[in-house]
Design a binder for this molecule. Sequence first.
Ligand SMILES: Cc1cc2nc3c(=O)[nH]c(=O)nc-3n(C[C@H](O)[C@H](O)[C@H](O)COP(=O)(O)OP(=O)(O)OC[C@H]3O[C@@H](n4cnc5c(N)ncnc54)[C@H](O)[C@@H]3O)c2cc1C
Ligand SMILES: NC(=O)c1ccc[n+]([C@@H]2O[C@H](COP(=O)([O-])OP(=O)(O)OC[C@H]3O[C@@H](n4cnc5c(N)ncnc54)[C@H](OP(=O)(O)O)[C@@H]3O)[C@@H](O)[C@H]2O)c1
Length: 498
Amino acid sequence: MLSNYELYENRYPGCACDIPAHTYTFPFEPNPDWSGYYSYAPEIQEYFIRFYTKYNLEPFVVLGTEVVAAEWHDLEGKWHVQLKRKDGSTFEDTCNVLINGSGVLTKWKWPAIDGLHDFKGVLAHSAYWPQDLDWTDKRVAVIGTGSSSIQMVPKLAATASSVTVFMRNQTYIAPQFGANVTNKEADPAAMDPAAAGKHQYTEKEKQRFRDDPEYHLEYRKKVEGSIVGGWDMFNRGTDLNIQVRELMQNQMRDRLGNREDLKERIIPTWSPGCRRLTPGEGYLEALIKENVTCNFDGIDGVNATGLLTGKGEQVDVDILVCATGFDVQYLPHFRIVGLGAQVMQDQTTPNVYASIAAPGFPNYFVINGPRGNWGQGCALPSHETQMEYILQCCRKMQEDQIKSMHPKEKITTQLNAYEDAWHEKSVNGRIHIWPGSLLHHLKYLKRPRYEHYEIDYKDPDNVFAFLGNGRTISQVKHGAGAPVPYIRNDEDTPWDIE
Ligand SMILES: Cc1cc2nc3c(=O)[nH]c(=O)nc-3n(C[C@H](O)[C@H](O)[C@H](O)COP(=O)(O)OP(=O)(O)OC[C@H]3O[C@@H](n4cnc5c(N)ncnc54)[C@H](O)[C@@H]3O)c2cc1C
Ligand SMILES: NC(=O)c1ccc[n+]([C@@H]2O[C@H](COP(=O)([O-])OP(=O)(O)OC[C@H]3O[C@@H](n4cnc5c(N)ncnc54)[C@H](OP(=O)(O)O)[C@@H]3O)[C@@H](O)[C@H]2O)c1
């Protein structure tokens, strides 16, 4: 039986998507029923469960089973995957192609702060949240200023007796995305998207989305376009970059009222985009509330009753929340052994080709890998495009009798040498973000460039083995009645022969 902490991760108060709900869907699976401009975690979960049921995915899914290791056996051309069930029993399975979709934000961690577990009150993490926690009239401390903290602080501040936010770094709170996209045509009473977190779609708007898929599509395109269209602001030194930086800084100053202390400590000097931009509905307004204190003194340690600041002051609290993030190392959390017994986890920095494949690790693909679309907009369009890319590779391997493919080391190194706008805030590390816009990333991945891959045929002495006996599958299946799809009325009608 799981405790009320463990059922699912990321169920902290205010947990939501921070890009508009109508774009936080699979691009081919719209949802006319989103209740508001941003959707909260339970509604997002419902969407994905509906998707799972609609497409009858259950037979293809093994739940409660962890991948603990995977090793490539080159002679056989197969991955041997070690798996562990919830009851601790283990087993092995094999596959020709291993697709790693294990996410990056799945391994949450407690911060390395002295005495953290000596705390006698309630200790929570944004990803490990006790569902029965009531913070009304309680003294709460929140460590961190990332997106999780930004979403939870307004909710906590609404009823807690006090909230102390321990801050180490600056962060941008962005204006609402798509604030100029109106939906008055569907309902003159439609709320302005600028109302963001307070924004709810009216029944009339939702009905129009349901009844008129073309209208809904146009609406979704406008919202997505308003996010994607902002790409140029991430180009360091451009007019737009400078203008947007000033605009955001000024907006933050306005929202922080007369709190000069906070303006100095919170508003970044670097460009927007160096850290994920989040609209942070109500966050700055919460920080200036009477019951909220921002503490910049650092944390020396935690003890039974609270935190000891770097200035030696004790801050006693009832609830200590670590909104301190995940173990994001961009390397899989399970051991992967590739060609020549090389271990991916031994790499000091991931050497991944275009976020999707790795030299030395044949038939291994990643969804949402390093050097992917981490900087702009929604992750889901890249997930779909990456999956289609992988399917194209699988199809080629299957049809052309290829044993394995993996990207060439030299090409991968060349590609990874491309720098980007995100580099401004890096001190000396590599930036694991695609060096271009979301559209640029999707276009690159729309078709595999097989010339960038080392390709091993099943029979290297007969690479044309796939030609078989000169007849196509369609002829074997249908004999003299095999279809002739190249005969058509219109040049643009696609055709293929099975
Ligand atoms: C609170 C929060 C809000 C976010 N909001 C947005 C947003 O608004 N827009 C956006 O684009 N992105 C957002 N993100 C980023 C988000 O992570 C991605 O959008 C999306 O969830 C990534 O999907 P994924 O399938 O790659 O990984 P995940 O959704 O993390 O799924 C990975 C799955 O793999 C499983 N797994 C991991 N390791 C193993 C293993 N060894 N064996 C078996 N299974 C394993 C995990 O249990 C999990 O089910 C948000 C992230 C968080 C934490
Ligand atoms: N899109 C969304 O709606 C949404 C919502 C939540 C999360 N997410 C995603 O999930 C990921 C994780 O977000 P997150 O907010 O959980 O984590 P995060 O972005 O990694 O932020 C962690 C915060 O904790 C601070 N911190 C960590 N260890 C600390 C310590 N020992 N002492 C003091 N402060 C410490 C960090 O300070 P420094 O800044 O100084 O390092 C940072 O402010 C991000 O990629 C984010 O985009 C997205």
